[in-house]
Every structure is written in structure tokens, then in C-alpha cells.
Design a protein around this ligand. Structure first.
Ligand code: GLV
Length: 417
């Protein structure tokens, strides 16, 4: 089902005026973004589509992909291609997981449940954020595939211990521990928009909401409108409606590698460390015994001025030297971007905004659409690089190593290419 189809309940071809108004199919993630911008209330669209401070790192995350060039190969048998791979040992239909994103249930009513369902149907992992609207239990009750849970460490360790236990009880198959957001990088638009969940009934908000009837209807039809992992579970959170307020109040700025070990022991399952960007952080990351790390600058939402994720990736791959799995997050808007991240050494990738745009544009069908777009782009681009199996992608498909990167695999192409 396409996002296009969600706007046209009738399957009959449009005629007359309706043909004039008929929507064009979404052919790329940008089409979904444009639609999401129309459909999602301004404060939540802006929350997703922004970075911190000058947004320099946010922009670099996408822009730097353009500097990575692929080698075009010809006259290669392109039949029987496969995108199947594994991420932290778990089978995936393509190496693309849905990233943990805060307030997903404000892009669309019940957004986390819908995104988890779309991911399950597509055979890729869904990661639920601590800062989600739907709770761990909401998602578990409404999906039938295990999902991953993302954890922020807060001052109240009893609460965090119980949160980890809840993820275990819900059957989550990996814990993604975020290390780069103990304090919040300022996002100017969130302050200017008075971001809160649910939105406060100010004149400005009411005027904006009046232009989003589809979103409002969805929200009226759900009870899930606040941070349900936290509400009723954590003590002393005084202002749950304001993300920045409760981050300041609750997140633990004293977090160190010792705390990571505490989380690892309490969890006892597959652990993924998110937010690593610097090679000097690799030795302590390895010492935690975590299965994987995610190269990430939090979507350009934290340290403005940090390198883009794709720029940082090769040095991290080098420093890790195969001792743990390296996953990638930041700036992916196409299957070509996924291919480039894999070529630079990532075992798997995450998409955040790319699926949020689909969600805002068309709910579950929109997330499916985003995954389908990326899958097709990845498949076709891989074939044009002369490969049929995504697990074979490496630095040999790069036309040149960007940033003087340490891509080592640039030998002669093998006979399949
Ligand atoms: C939370 O993860 C945020 O970046 O707002």
C-alpha cells in the first residue's frame, strides 16, 4: 500500500476534478518529507526536522554523503540479488533499522506502534525510544515481533533498573544505550515553538492545529499523548510535558563508563552503544563487552560542530578493528546512502527522519513506503556497483576514499563484479 493510496480510498482511477487533485506517488524520501510538513503540526515537524544551534552538523550529515562516490560497473549478471543480512546477529531483510526517535507518537497518533508494525512486516528492527509516546508495553501488546529498546540513563536508578526490567519482560531483543544526550543541545525551533506534549492550547497552536484535521482526528482517537514510559513510573518528574525541562531535571549528567557496565549487568542481553564519534572512545567502549556501537552524532541534534557521521565512520571502523559490530546512524535519506555507509565499513544502518517523514505523511503505510523506497534504491544501486549480495559490500565499490579515509579493501575486483 502506498502513501498515495492512503489519500485515495477508492481504488478506481481518478477522473475529472479528482484526477486534477490526485496526489502523485511518493518516489523518494523527500516527497514524504514534503507531505509530512503539510500534515504534522508545526512544533512536531520542526522537532524532527532540526538540529542543534546553527544546525551545521545536522546539514553535514546529509551533505557529506554526496562526497562519497560509487564505482559504476557494467556487464555483470544482476539476477538473484539479496539484501538479507544480520545486525547484532539477528536476521534482517536489509541492513536498515528504525532508529529511536523521541515523540514519534506525536508525528502521528500511536506512531511507535505503527512504525513497529511496518518494521516487523518489512523484516527490519524497530527501536523504541525512552522518550516515546507509546510505552514499551503499548508496543509489545500491539506487535508480534520483538523490538529493540533505547535507554537514557536518568538520576533515578531505581526507575532505570525497572525500565530495563520492563524491556526484558516485553521481550526486547537488544538494548540500545544512548551515550550522547545526558544534557540537551539547544534546538532553537523547539524553544520558539514552545514544544510540549500534548501541545498547549495557545492561540498560535490552535490556529496551526486547525490546519491539521487528519492529525487531530488521530489524536482524538488515542489515549497515548504523553511520555508513557515515564508517566506513572518515575517519581518526582514535575513537568513531563516539556522535553527540555525533564531532561534537565531527570537525565544523569554524571554518567560514565562504569554506569554503562551497571546497565550491561542489569540488562544481561545484547547491548548496543549509541553515539560514538571519536576513536579515543573505542577502548572503553570495547571494555564494556557490548556487542555493537552506533556511530552517531544524534542526528546533528547535540554537539553542533561535530563531524558528520559519514565523515567519522572510517576512523571508527579502523579503531574497532573488527572487535565489535559497527552500526551507523545520521543523514541517511536514500538507499544509496545506506550503500555508502556499508561500503565505509558499517555492518548495518539506522534511519530516523527518513521513517518519521513517512509516518507523518501516511502513518503505517507511510513508514512502509519509506522502507520500500530505501530498499529499492539500495537494491538497484548495489547491482549497478556490480554486486548481488549486500553482505559483500565493502570499500571496493567506492570510486575514491573520501576524507583520506582508511578504506583498505581497494583491491582488484573479484570475478563476480
Ligand atoms: C531525543 O532523542 C532528541 O534528540 O530530542
Amino acid at each position: 500500500m502506498s502513501v498515495h493510496a492512503t489519500r485515495m480510498p477508492s481504488s478506481r482511477p481518478p477522473s475529472g476534478m479528482s484526477r486534477f487533485f490526485a496526489a502523485k506517488p511518493a518516489t523518494c524520501i523527500e516527497d514524504l518529507r514534503v507531505l509530512a510538513e503539510k500534515r504534522v503540526p508545526r512544533m512536531f515537524y520542526d522537532y524532527a526536522d532540526s538540529g542543534s544551534y546553527t544546525e551545521g552538523t545536522y546539514r553535514a550529515n546529509t551533505a557529506d554523503f554526496a562526497a562519497v562516490k560509487l564505482r559504476q560497473r557494467v556487464a555483470v549478471d544482476m539476477r538473484n540479488r539479496t539484501l538479507a543480512s544480520t545486525m547484532v546477529g539477528q536476521p534482517v531483510s536489509m541492513p536498515v533499522a528504525l532508529a529511536p526517535t523521541g515523540l514519534t507518537g506525536m508525528q502521528h497518533a500511536d506512531g511507535e506502534i505503527l512504525a513497529a508494525r511496518a518494521a516487523a512486516a518489512a523484516g527490519v528492527p524497530f527501536t523504541l525510544s525512552t522518550m516515546s509516546i507509546c510505552s514499551i508495553e503499548d508496543v509489545a501488546e500491539n506487535t508480534d515481533r520483538p523490538f529493540w529498546f533505547q535507554l537514557y540513563v536518568m538520576r533515578d536508578r531505581d526507575f532505570i533498573g525497572r525500565l530495563i526490567d520492563r524491556a526484558k519482560a516485553a521481550g526486547c531483543s537488544a538494548l540500545v544505550l544512548t551515550l550522547d544526550l545526558q544534557i540537551l543541545g539547544q534546538r532553537h525551533k523547539d524553544i520558539k515553538n514552545g514544544l510540549s506534549t500534548p501541545p498547549k492550547p495557545t492561540v498560535r497552536n490552535l490556529i496551526n492545529l486547525a490546519t491539521k484535521p487528519r492529525w487531530c482526528m488521530g489524536m482524538l482517537g488515542t489515549k497515548r499523548r504523553t511520555f508513557r514510559n515515564i508517566a506513572g513510573h518515575a517519581q518526582g518528574v514535575t513537568d513531563l510535558s516539556s522535553l527540555s525541562a525533564w531532561t534537565v531535571e531527570q537525565f544523569d549528567p554524571t554518567l560514565t563508563w562504569d554506569d554503562v557496565k551497571w546497565v550491561r549487568d542489569r540488562w544481561g542481553g545484547t547491548l548496543i552503544l549509541k553515539g560514538i564519534l571519536d576513536p579515543e572512545d573505542i577502548p572503553p567502549a570495547l571494555a564494556t563487552g557490548a556487542e555493537a556501537l552506533i556511530v552517531s552524532n544524534h542526528g546533528g541534534r547535540q554537539l553542533d560542530g561535530a563531524p558528520s557521521s559519514i565523515e567519522a565512520l572510517p576512523a571508527i571502523v579502523d579503531a574497532v578493528g573488527g572487535r565489535m559490530e559497527v552500526l551507523f546512524d545520521g543523514g541517511i535519506r536514500s538507499g544509496q546512502d545506506v550503500l555508502k555507509a556499508l561500503a565505509l565499513g558499517a555492518k548495518g544502518t539506522f534511519i530516523g527522519r527518513a521513517f518519521l517523514y513517512g509516518l507523518g505523511a501516511g502513518g503505517e503505510a507511510g513508514v512502509t513506503e519509506a522502507l520500500t523506497i530505501i530498499r529499492k534504491e539500495l537494491d538497484v544501486s548495489m547491482a549497478m556497483c556490480g554486486l548481488r549480495d549486500v553482505t559483500q559490500v565493502d570499500g571496493r565499490i567506492l570510486a575514491r576514499a573520501p576524507y583520506g579515509s582508511p578504506v583498505k579493501a581497494a583491491g582488484a575486483p573479484d570475478s563476480t563484479r
